[in-house]
Design a protein. Structure first.
Length: 167
C-alpha cells in the first residue's frame, strides 16, 4: 500500500469558506495522537478553534501567520510541563504529532500549514493569550486547516547527494 499523502502534501495558506466537518477534525486529532512518543509519554494536548474571533487573534501572534484568519480551523498542539518521563523530547513528540495531522489533512482533502511558535517565548505567550491556554501547557505551533482554494504540486526535494549508505 502506498502512502501518497507524503508525496502530495503541500503547505496550504489559502482556503475556501467551506467549514471543516467535526468528524474530520476528530480524524486529525486521532492522527496526531497516533504519533510515536519518547517513552510513550504522549505529552500532547490540542487546542482547536473554528471561531472567527480566535482565528483572527491567532493570525496576529507572529508576523508570518496572517492567513490563519481565513482558515476554517486551527489546531494548536501543546505539551504538558509536568509529569513527563522524557521532557527533553516533548517537542520532538509534538513534531511527529504535527506531521501526522498534516498528512491526515492531505488524505482527507484538506490543506494545512505548520506555523512554528516554539521556542519563541513571545510567540508562545501570544498564542497562550489568544486561546486561554493554561500555564501548565506550552504552545508548540499553529496548524491552520481548511479546504484549499487550489491544489499545488509538491516540489520533489529528494537529493541523492545527501544520502550516505554506511556498510
Amino acid at each position: 500500500m502506498e502512502m501518497n499523502a507524503i508525496f502530495t502534501r503541500t503547505s496550504v495558506r489559502a482556503y475556501t469558506a467551506q467549514p471543516v466537518e467535526p468528524e474530520k477534525l476528530e480524524r486529525l486529532l486521532r492522527a496526531g495522537m497516533a504519533a510515536p512518543s519518547a517513552r510513550n509519554q504522549q505529552p500532547w494536548e490540542f487546542y482547536v478553534t473554528t471561531s472567527r474571533d480566535r482565528l483572527r487573534a491567532l493570525s496576529q501572534c507572529t508576523p508570518y501567520v496572517g492567513f490563519v484568519q481565513n482558515a476554517a480551523a486551527a489546531i494548536v498542539p501543546c505539551w504538558r510541563k509536568t509529569g513527563l518521563t522524557a521532557p527533553d523530547y516533548a517537542q520532538i513528540d509534538l513534531s511527529a504529532a504535527t506531521e501526522n495531522i498534516l498528512l491526515e489533512a492531505e488524505s482527507l482533502g484538506l490543506g494545512g500549514v505548520w506555523c512554528g511558535v516554539a521556542p519563541g517565548r513571545n510567540r508562545m505567550e501570544a498564542v497562550r493569550h489568544a486561546l486561554g491556554i493554561p500555564e501548565t501547557l506550552e504552545p508548540f505551533a499553529i496548524l491552520s486547516i481548511g479546504y484549499p482554494e487550489k491544489k499545488a504540486a509538491q516540489t520533489d526535494r529528494f537529493d541523492p547527494a545527501r544520502v550516505h549508505f554506511v556498510g
